[in-house]
Every structure is written in structure tokens, then in C-alpha cells.
Design a protein around this ligand. Sequence first.
Ligand code: ATP
Ligand code: MG
Length: 365
Amino acid sequence: MAEVSLRGVRKSFGPVDVIKGIDLDVAHGEFCVFVGPSGCGKSTLLRLIAGLEDITEGTLDIGGANMTRVPPANRGIAMVFQSYALYPHMTVRDNISFGLRMVDTPKPVITARVAEAARLLQLETYLDRKPSQLSGGQRQRVAIGRAIVREPEVFLFDEPLSNLDAALRSQTRVELLNLHQTLGATMIYVTHDQVEAMTMADKIVVLQAGQIEQVGSPLELYERPRNLFVAGFIGSPRMNTIPGRIATVIDGAARLELPGGAITHVQLNGTRLAPGPVLLGVRPEHIMVDDPGTSGEGLAGTVTLAEHLGAETILHIEMAHGPVLVARADGRAPQRIGQPVTLTLDPRFCHLFDPAGPALMNAPG
Ligand SMILES: Nc1ncnc2c1ncn2[C@@H]1O[C@H](COP(=O)(O)OP(=O)(O)OP(=O)(O)O)[C@@H](O)[C@H]1O
Ligand SMILES: [Mg+2]
């Protein structure tokens, strides 16, 4: 069993605190994804788990054993980097087997493991080529193969697909997911990519400035963000936020005043809130866009941009008084730039946030 547990983990580079107290449990066989803005500490945290950096404070356990001060080679982990870091003068076969040869693994074992990795990664026909004779996706598969043959209990990936073009990226993403199912190993994966995070993760860890903002399944984070940061970070296009004010609360519903005096009602679902300023959060797919005058409690706006993606159209709509909102509409949405529209926010999917950040109420859905 190879669960990974961090307790009070901190990392400082000289006077600079980069990781500021991380408590995290990754279960055996789990696919855990780290996301967060550039510089928030994702790679550093991965390197602490790998043992490539010393943990300043706190403890790391892998498979129930304390690994805080154990050298990287004895942690049962393998790491795959964004830059494949292959040896250019070696064949694919020799690149994959390099780590095993370094520790004098018996030849038949090496041969068998390389064959198995090449089969899993569909590299059999490339084993005698040099890295320069491979595509980017094939090179990354070699780097993954080099990790697989070591039979680690835990795989660490730092943005392994970032150098690939879009088509190869989604293909390799699926291959990695299949690999995870086949091997059943614990995997910790850093990415900037929303789609990778949402589709690959059992568990997403959202980091900001060296701290965890929220941990949960992709849908938990999408539907129940704990604060404005997570609400804005998970989901693309991002959640809209509209400044407003709770005027009154009657019968469990808040009467919300929005910019320009528009009024909307939000069911509070038992949450007790007092009158005062709030931010109303609503995702693009929960804004209905109609011609003016077709709905009662609508917000007036004008289309300023229409992004036609085929299956859907992303409409940018400037409210008559207030921010630009982004709505996800049908691929054949008829609205054109400059057209006045009326927006209706689906009351089942409205979140309320304290302007300082914490969620006051997540949408009941
Ligand atoms: N060896 C080092 N010495 C000093 N500061 C460092 C060192 N390594 C990283 N840092 C700092 O630690 C912070 C976190 O870096 P890290 O590489 O972990 O970020 P990241 O989340 O992986 O970012 P990105 O998404 O850009 O890869 C950054 O501010 C970085 O400058
Ligand atoms: Mg990084």
C-alpha cells in the first residue's frame, strides 16, 4: 500500500517561505492533481515528496513509513518531468533501462520490464531509435517508460504533457489514465490545464501561495467552491461574480440588489444570512440569454463578443450597469455583437460569497 501523507510540511529557501504548512492525504491508488497559479509551489511540493528538496519542517509518510529524511532512491517513487530529460545519444531501449542498469539489475529482469513498458506505452517499434527520431509525444512516453520499469509505488508527474500539441495532449491524457488503471499505482500530477485536472483527478488539490485552498473531487470543487479563489480557479470560462447587496431576507429567500438597481431573488436553502454586501457567483452555463422583454426578472445587457466554438458559443455580455458577464450558449446561438439581450440567472445555481472571499452559500444545484 502506498498512501502518501504530509503533516505540517513547510519549505523555506533561505528567508523565503514557499510551502507554508501542508496537511494532505493521498490514498493508495489515487490519482491526485495539484493545481494553482504559477509560482504557488506545486513543483516544490512534488520535489519535497520526491526527496529532491529537503523538507524544512513537518513529516512525509509513504506507505505508512516515515520518509521525511530518506534519500530519493529509497522512497519507492519515480518522477516524470515536463522536459523529458532523455539521454540524446542513447536508444529508447537504453533510456528506459538506464535506471535499472545503474543499480545492476539482472539482465533478464531488465529485458522483461522494458518489453512490458514498451507494450503498455506502444513503443515496441521505436526501441532502437534515438530520442531525436521521435515525436514529442513518443519522447514523453519514453520518459514515462523509464519511470514504469522501476516499478514505483508512487508516480510523480510535473506537467508532463505541457510540451505537446493539443491533439497529442488529449491522446496522451487518455493513455495516462489507462496506465493508471492498469498499474493501480498512486499518482500525483501537477498541471495548469483545467481539462486535465477535471478529467484525470480522483482528488484535486488547489494551492495558492504555498497553502491549500481546498481539496476535493473535481465536481465537489466545481459545485461547492469554499471561496472566491477556488470558484474562479476551477472552471473555464471562470465563474461570473456580480457585486450586490442582500436587501432583505424573507421566507428563506434573499432579495438581492444588483448594480443599476436590478433585483434578483436567491433561495438561501436554510443558510442564515444578514442584509449586507455580497458577491453573487454564477457559472456561464447557468445564465440564460434571451431577447429583451422575454423574461420577467432579467438583467439588461449588450453582447460585446461571441466566441463560436461549434458545440457552444461563449457570449460576453456587458451589463447595462455592472460587469461583463460570460454566458455559455448553444452552438447556434443567434445573438450578434451589439445586440441588446436579457439575462436570467438560474436561481438553483447561484452562489453567494463574502466580498472578502469565503463562500456564504453554495448553489443547491
Ligand atoms: N531553489 C529555489 N530557491 C529560491 N526560491 C525558489 C527555489 N525554487 C522555487 N522557488 C520559489 O518558490 C516558489 C514556488 O515555485 P514552484 O516552482 O514550486 O512553483 P510552481 O507552482 O511549480 O509554478 P509553475 O506553475 O510556474 O511551474 C516560486 O516563487 C519560486 O520562485
Ligand atoms: Mg512548476
